[in-house]
Design a protein around this ligand. Structure first.
Ligand code: SF4
Ligand code: SF4
Ligand code: FES
Length: 250
C-alpha cells in the first residue's frame, strides 16, 4: 500500500575536521520500522536535500546494526544515543542529527573516539596473559563472579557516557565513566587483578576518578544499562584505600 507520510531530518554536516559546520534538511518517505541508520542509508541512495539540491551522502559510522559494535553513537535530538536502535516513529520531528560534540569531527556524523581507547590503555584494561610460556588454565570464575562481571563486560565503547558527562572536557582531562567501569571489571577478574594496583594508581591525580562530580548523567545515557555510578563508587573507594595505604608506607 502506498503511503505519503514524510520524515523530516536535519543533519549537521562538516566536510573535514577544519571546515565550518552547516545544516542540511532532508525529506524522506516513511517506511515501517525505520531507524536513524536506515534513514541515512535512504539518503545515501538518493542524496538530495529537501529543497531539491543534490548533495554528498552523509558520512557516519555503523557496523553491527544491533547495538553491539558501539560505532553509531551520535546526537539525536540533542541526546547521545545509538543511531541503529533509534526508531524514527519514536522521535520528535524534524529529527536533528549531529556528531558527538566532545570528540573531534572526522566528517559529518563521524567522530574520532580514540581518546577512550587511549584511556583504556592507560588503565591496562585487559587480562595479562600474553607471553611465550604455557601458563596453563587460569583460576575458575564462580557463577556468582560471572554474574557480577557480565553487566560490566557489556560496554560497547560507544562514548555516550563521556559525551553526557559535564566533567569530561579538555580542562579536566577526566578519563570518564566507561574507563572506570572497565577498571572495576578487570580488577575483579581472578587473573586480571594482577594489575589492580597499577590500574588504581592510573586513576589517581589529575584526570582521574576524583574529577567525577557524581552528576550521574553517564548512567542515564548508557545504552547497555551498565551500573556506572556503582562502578565509580566502588573504584573510588579502592583508589582512596590505596592512596591512604601509600601515604602510611612513606
Ligand atoms: S557520575 Fe557524573 S561526573 Fe561522574 S562520570 Fe558520570 S556523568 Fe560524569
Ligand atoms: S559505559 Fe555505556 S555509555 Fe559508556 S562507552 Fe560503555 S556502553 Fe557506552
Ligand atoms: S551500528 Fe553497531 S551499535 Fe549501532
Amino acid at each position: 500500500m502506498a503511503n505519503n507520510k514524510t520524515v523530516l531530518i536535519k543533519i549537521k554536516r562538516q566536510a573535514n575536521p577544519q571546515s565550518k559546520s552547516y545544516w542540511e534538511e532532508f525529506a524522506l518517505s516513511w517506511k515501517p520500522g525505520m531507524n536513524v541508520i536506515s534513514s541515512l542509508m535512504d539518503i545515501a541512495a538518493n542524496p538530495v536535500t529537501r529543497d531539491g539540491k543534490p548533495t554528498a551522502p552523509i558520512t557516519y559510522d555503523s557496523n553491527c546494526l544491533e547495538e553491539v559494535c558501539g560505532s553509531c553513537a551520535m546526537l539525536i535530538n540533542g541526546k547521545a544515543r545509538m543511531a541503529c536502535s533509534a526508531l524514527i516513529d519514536k522521535l520528535e520531528q524534524p529529527i536533528r542529527l549531529g556528531p558527538l560534540s566532545k570528540f573531534p569531527v572526522v566528517r559529518d556524523l563521524s567522530v574520532d573516539r580514540s581518546v577512550l581507547f587511549e584511556n583504556l590503555k592507560s588503565v591496562k584494561a585487559w587480562v595479562p596473559i600474553d607471553g611465550s610460556y604455557d601458563l596453563g588454565s587460569g583460576p575458575r570464575l564462580t557463577p556468582e563472579d560471572q554474574e557480577a562481571a557480565y553487566p560490566l563486560s557489556r560496554c560497547i565503547s560507544c562514548c555516550c557516557c563521556m559525551e553526557a558527562c559535564p566533567q569530561f572536557n579538555e580542562s579536566t582531562g577526566f578519563v570518564g565513566a566507561a574507563t572506570i567501569s572497565q577498571v572495576r571489571l578487570f580488577n575483579t577478574h581472578p587473573t586480571g587483578k594482577a594489575l589492580k594496583r597499577e590500574r588504581l594508581a592510573a586513576l589517581m591525580g589529575d584526570g582521574g576518578i576524583q574529577e567525577c562530580g557524581y552528576a550521574q548523567n553517564c548512567v542515564e545515557v548508557c545504552p547497555k544499562d551498565i551500573p556506572l555510578t556503582r562502578s565509580i563508587a566502588e573504584v573510588g573507594g579502592e583508589v582512596m584505600k590505596q592512596a591512604i595505604g601509600e601515604l602510611f608506607r612513606r
